[in-house]
Design a protein. Structure first.
Length: 82
């Protein structure tokens, strides 16, 4: 499926390594999207979900901030790979 996400081209980076790097970001672990570096996202990034979306990164960060999950769960530490 990764090939489909890259317009039929093989990615020029290790997808698993990049995913592990992304999920090790403090902003990811605490679900504070504003603290995740923007260089992980394309300028034309759009989130599309079954209930939410389409929504761009700026609006997604704003919505995430309004939810205040980092305040409700100050010790949240998502352990994606372990």
């Amino acid at each position: 499926l990764d090939v489909l996400k890259f317009d039929g081209q093989k990615p020029k980076f290790d997808v698993l390594k990049k995913a592990m790097q992304y999920t090790s970001e403090p902003g990811y672990k605490s679900f504070t999207l504003k603290d995740i570096p923007t260089d992980y996202y394309s300028d034309d990034y759009i989130f599309r979900g079954p209930v939410v979306g389409p929504i761009n990164r700026r609006d997604l960060v704003q919505t995430n901030t309004w939810f205040g999950l980092n305040e409700a769960f100050p010790d949240l530490d998502r352990q994606t790979f372990g």
